[in-house]
Design a protein around this ligand. Structure first.
Ligand code: GLP
Length: 247
């Protein structure tokens, strides 16, 4: 398997190493096309990325970003949207050209057309160079939830209760306010990125991390399909790495 695994003493070290990695890729390729995640895990990474941008001048001016997903029925200005999460934690703190920020519009009139538009924008940008990922406690990536079958391209998804609970903090801690559906890049959209970095921290991710790395390819564990990708780097803290056969 081509998966490279790095285990860090803690989430702080992991966040710093990932931000360094992205900064280095950006130096090498100023026009880098980045795929970006949301969730609690990437918060430390974004904090470090902002710090590097301030202190060492990581230059995003020619970079392009595509976020993985957005809640359906939720416009870009709504506080619970992933778009606002990204504004708060990254975009407003770096020198990215706002025309280079790509996002699924959760409030689009025609969600299917919106998904097609997004795929076309990724193609027009020349594809994603580096896709940064988190992983859901149930093994989802983006919002590709475990199921009997998975969808290749950007599509409308129905969120599982566990996933809605994990996202409740964006909605005042109230799971009933978390939308039931979302738009997400599909499995092929993610797997076609030239390189992938997945981060996971904490003991509650240990079981899905070991299933992702050492388990069979199964639609019940969407992240397991990353084993097919030629260039995947998995960054873990010790707690998340606990179940791995090799470390
Ligand atoms: C959300 C996102 C995923 C993310 C997951 C994990 O559901 N759509 O992209 O990986 O949360 O979240 P956390 O990092 O909070 O565990």
């Amino acid at each position: 398997m081509m998966v490279e695994i790095s285990v860090f003493a803690g989430a702080g070290q992991l966040a710093m190493a990932l931000a360094d990695l992205v900064a280095e890729r950006l130096r090498r390729t100023p026009t880098l096309v980045l795929g970006l995640p949301t969730g609690r895990t990437p918060l430390g990474f974004y904090r470090q990325m902002v710090r590097i941008a301030r202190e060492a001048g990581a230059d995003f001016s020619r970079a392009t970003t595509f976020n993985l997903d957005e809640f359906l029925g939720v416009g870009p200005e709504e506080p619970g949207s992933y778009r606002q999460y990204m504004e708060r934690h990254l975009f407003r703190h770096i020198n990215i050209d706002r025309r280079h920020i790509h996002f699924l519009d959760g409030a689009a009139q025609d969600p299917a057309a919106e998904c097609e538009r997004y795929e076309a924008e990724i193609r027009a940008a020349g594809g994603i160079d580096l896709q940064v990922l988190g992983i859901g406690g149930n093994g989802h990536i983006g919002f590709n939830e475990p199921a009997g079958s998975l969808v290749a391209r950007t599509h409308v998804v129905r969120l599982q209760l566990q996933t809605r609970r994990a996202n409740a903090s964006l909605w005042g801690g109230d799971v009933t306010r978390v939308p039931r559906r979302a738009l997400s890049m599909g499995m092929a959209t993610i797997l076609h990125a030239r390189s992938v970095v997945l981060m996971a921290t904490g003991a509650e991710k240990a079981a899905c991390v070991s299933a992702m790395v050492d388990g069979p390819l199964t639609t019940r564990m969407p992240a397991s399909f990353l084993q097919l990708h030629p260039e995947v780097h998995v960054m873990l803290d010790r707690a998340a790495a606990r179940g791995l056969r090799r470390k």
